[in-house]
Design a protein. Structure first.
Length: 482
């Protein structure tokens, strides 16, 4: 091959990569195209080297149209691509060999050697260190990746999470031996799934020092699997996970649509479960609501206990904030804590973030933490977050607007101004929340659904006939919407 031809094939592949890079995300490009090496150009056929058969199949399945387009753009309508696949060959003293495959729309399910000649030149490709090497059968130390700040000591229990917390504590005391295997924890974001999963892991680690505990996000698991495929050490990857005693997989919904990773996790799950090892899985959805996950894997998620963590009520939110302040050694006026708990209702993480913002603002500007400062910060914070309006929040707004304590609004008193505030609370709760009439009535003095309906009709009628009352409604509407 002359120097010009050598330069040409590298330049052509470099040009192809420029186009490919603009058409896929950065991580996909780094994973699937960075490891490819251009080998030669013969006529209108460019040969590239890929690390494994799986790698070749993935390119053919996911990027064939993009590859064809870029090759034809560089080499003309008759331009073609061939793969040189690095393969393990046990028949040749475990030497590594390459198999040439023409590009096509089919996955290479047949034996490539039948269709194409083998190139038995030993590969000199650079070996990448294997993070999953297990020295013989010796038990190795594994970094658990647990967050030591997420323990049971600072996990606040409430009606919203009591079942999940109780099951988690039982698992932590006796991993792999309870009926809760797997323990499947699910909720919307920011409600404590990760905290609880870590707390269980910490309890197992402290109570059973000889057990290997590992916390890993599903995204990290997927990336490790892809890396093992690139490096031809999938078996080491699987063996590594099969030696874990308590495996915690966070955000399992990330496996959705990733069939090959699901297949690998399915076998790891089966092995661990059969050996009596503990599995803890978290998700943002219940198993029955998960999409893109194979039925055989979903069925295993249901073998143990699926427990949800719900949105915490006002008292639990205040207890969470008090715990956070106590842990940080910070004091804050009770009215500020209460206002914060009222204002951010659906996400504990965002509520704690707002608390930190208030503390930072007071510290940086050398200001006292007052209700006025909290209102400025929280109003700004809430506007920048997707806040869901709650009955608690509506009660708070109406209480402040009329200067009537919430205790009076939900009491049995029949004073006209109190009844009016109570009816407005019911009206706006029906308008802005997804709560049932019975739930609204329960929050407004234990009234029945008929009373709530009557209140809503009364407010609608007064809005049309009473000008002063109509002003109240409009002003309250604006305040509630923020």
């Amino acid at each position: 091959m002359n120097t010009k031809e050598k330069t040409d094939y590298k330049q052509i592949w470099s040009n192809c990569l420029r186009v490919i890079r603009d058409n896929i995300n950065y991580q996909s490009f780094k994973t699937w195209f960075d490891p490819i090496k251009p080998l030669r150009l013969e006529g209108n056929v460019l040969t590239i080297q890929v690390p494994s058969q799986f790698f070749y199949e993935w390119l053919e399945e996911h990027y064939i149209n993009l590859l064809k387009k870029t090759i034809r753009q560089e080499l003309g309508p008759s331009g073609r691509l061939e793969y040189s696949i690095i393969m393990d060959n046990s028949l040749v003293n475990n030497a590594r060999c390459t198999v040439n495959m023409p590009t096509s729309n089919k996955k290479a399910t047949q034996n490539p050697a039948v269709a194409m000649p083998l190139d038995l030149n030993n590969s000199n490709s650079k070996e990448i260190p294997n993070p999953f090497i297990i020295p013989g059968i010796k038990k190795i130390r594994v970094n658990s990746q647990l967050n030591e700040n997420y323990s049971f000591d600072n996990f606040v229990e409430g009606d919203c999470n009591r079942l999940a917390r109780s099951a988690g504590f039982a698992v932590g005391q006796n991993p792999g031996k309870t009926a809760f295997n797997p323990l499947f924890l699910y909720s919307k974001v920011g409600l404590g799934k990760t905290h609880l999963a870590n707390a269980i892991g910490i309890q197992v680690k402290n109570g059973f020092p000889d057990k290997t505990v590992l916390y890993v996000s599903a995204e990290q698991f997927v990336n490790q699997f892809i890396e093992s495929v690139r490096n031809n050490n999938q078996n080491d990857f699987v063996h590594f996970y099969q030696m874990i005693d308590t495996l915690i997989i966070d955000d399992i919904q990330f496996l959705s649509g990733k069939e090959k990773t699901q297949d690998v996790f399915f076998h790891i799950f089966n092995h661990l479960h059969q050996k009596g090892k503990q599995l803890i899985i978290t998700s943002d959805k219940a198993p029955v609501e998960m999409q893109g996950v194979k039925p055989r894997l979903l069925s295993r998620f249901k073998w143990g206990l699926a427990a949800d963590l719900q949105v915490p009520d006002l008292e639990t939110r205040m207890a969470i904030l008090a715990q956070k302040l106590y842990g940080d050694g910070v004091e804050m006026p009770a009215e500020v804590v209460e206002y914060l708990a009222y204002s951010i209702t659906t996400n504990i993480r965002e509520m704690e973030g707002a608390l930190i913002s208030i503390l930072a603002q007071a510290s940086l500007n050398k200001k006292d933490i007052t209700l006025e400062l909290a209102k400025q910060m929280i109003d700004k914070y809430v506007k920048n977050t997707a806040r869901e309006i709650s009955i608690d929040y509506i009660q708070k707004v109406i209480s402040e607007y009329f200067n009537i304590p919430i205790e009076l609004i939900i009491s049995k008193t029949r004073k006209r101004e109190i009844v009016q505030a109570r009816q407005l609370t019911m009206y706006f709760s029906k308008k802005y929340t997804k709560s049932s009439l019975a739930t609204i009535g329960l929050h407004c003095g234990n009234k029945d659904h008929a009373t709530v309906l009557h209140a809503c009709k009364t407010v609608s009628n007064l809005t049309e006939t009473d000008k002063k009352f109509s002003i109240f409604v409009n002003e309250l509407d604006k305040k509630i919407q923020g």
